[in-house]
Design a protein around this ligand. Structure first.
Ligand code: ADP
Ligand code: GN1
Ligand code: MG
Length: 364
């Protein structure tokens, strides 16, 4: 494996000598490796085998990320004390200048500078971490604002479109390709009883009450890197930057930042919304973006937490029924466990709906 990775890595314009590489992080999509270089004064790198089942047009994908990081870099260069190499991703091009490399087996690879001395969390423990996360995501929204939407290719159309996700779900239930529907009847009921309400954000968009913005679309907490002093440093995983509603970023971030447990916790007793973390995240987020948002956008932030938790649960459940083709899984029922944990979190957010609304109202 090391040899294969070393060969792939040699096709990029990276400095330093390949010493070793190992699997890194806990993303659900790509194969991610950390490449350690032999010299202490050279950077380490992230080498990723891109998941082309999901991202079919790698050139477009990489071009999007190039546009986004160039834009952010330009903005950071005007901020005294900012460090662009640590505060945004840096793409290392291939030797031929492309932003990716295709190996002889047809695999696509990309390389980034490794952001040194960072910390990353799959679960939030303290309100201070949640507050820092809220500031980081909010600040990111303002960093990417002003990006020319015409330069950004809509890489995964309909990504958080509830109507499309529900249609895919019910079609998969109908087909039942691997005979798993009988195992998940109560989860299907759960989806059915909430399907209409969950289309609310799309409806507001169609009515022109909330604007499309360029947003991140995958703001789970481990896509925020922290520095050694636990201050937020960098937002990574820029694959899904596309037009969307602000609710997608706030909601997805709350899904992971205000969860009392891990995303795939099996013991559902342990899964509930922590209002202290929710309040802290929302406070940090609002400090950064309040002035940019209209009243309707703000009013529906609490709902968006439910909606995004629901839609990610729905996608895990769809993938389970479909035979596990989309998300990386670590054991056979992993997607089902993830879906159940997400739906339990939705339920808890329903139980605390009023408190969640009050908290955002106070921050308005
Ligand atoms: P996925 O889409 O599979 O989640 P990510 O791009 O988020 O892939 O990368 C997976 C993990 O690799 C991240 O959660 C993070 O821990 C780590 N990672 C990615 N890019 C960098 C980077 N430039 N520097 C340091 N760590 C990184
Ligand atoms: C995937 O790439 P990663 O692991 O950060 C997924 C997100 C889901 C998330 C659930 C491109 O995110 O949409 O919310 O898993 N990314 C893609 O944990 O589908
Ligand atoms: Mg990720």
């Amino acid at each position: 494996m090391d040899n294969q990775l070393k060969r792939v890595f040699s096709h990029f314009r990276a400095e330093g000598t390949f010493e070793k590489a190992f699997l890194f992080g806990s993303g659900h999509i790509h194969d991610t490796y950390k490449v350690v270089t032999a010299e202490t004064d050279h950077h380490d790198y992230i080498l990723q085998r891109i998941n082309t089942n999901i991202f079919k047009d790698v050139a477009q994908l990489q071009n999007n990320i190039y546009q986004v990081t160039t834009h952010i870099r330009k903005k950071l260069s005007g901020i005294p004390g900012a460090d662009p190499d640590r505060e945004t991703l840096t793409i290392i091009p291939a030797n031929n200048g492309d932003l990716y490399y295709k190996d002889t087996r047809g695999n696509y690879w990309r390389t980034y500078l490794f952001i040194d001395r960072h910390k990353s969390y799959d679960q939030v423990r303290t309100p201070e971490q949640a507050y820092q996360g809220g500031k980081a995501i909010g600040r990111f929204e303002t960093l990417i604002s002003g990006l020319d939407p015409n330069g950004i290719y809509e890489i995964l159309p309909g990504f958080h479109n509830m109507e499309i996700r529900l249609d895919t779900f019910f079609n998969t239930v109908e087909k039942d390709p691997v005979d798993r529907v009988r195992e998940v009847l109560s989860e299907i009921d759960f989806v059915r009883s909430r399907a209409e309400e969950m289309k609310t954000i799309q409806k507001l968009g169609k009515e022109g009450k909330i604007p499309l913005r360029i947003i991140h679309n995958d703001t789970k907490f481990n896509n925020v890197l922290f520095d050694e002093h636990d201050k937020s440093l960098c937002i990574i995983d820029l694959d899904t930057i596309m037009p969307g509603y602000i609710h997608y970023d706030f909601g997805d971030a709350i899904r992971t930042s205000a969860n009392s447990a891990l995303e795939d916790e099996k013991d559902l007793e342990k899964v509930f919304v922590r209002l202290d973390l929710y309040e802290a995240f929302a406070r940090g987020f609002m400090e950064e973006v309040r002035d940019e948002l209209n009243n309707t956008e703000i009013d529906y932030l609490p709902f968006s937490a439910r909606m995004l938790t629901f839609i990610i649960g729905l996608r895990f459940l769809t993938d389970y029924i479909d035979g596990d083709h989309y998300f990386k899984i670590h054991h056979p029922k992993h997607n089902l466990e993830r879906a159940r944990a997400q739906f339990k979190l939705v339920k808890s957010m329903e139980d605390h709906r009023e408190e969640m609304e009050k908290i955002v109202k106070k921050l308005k």
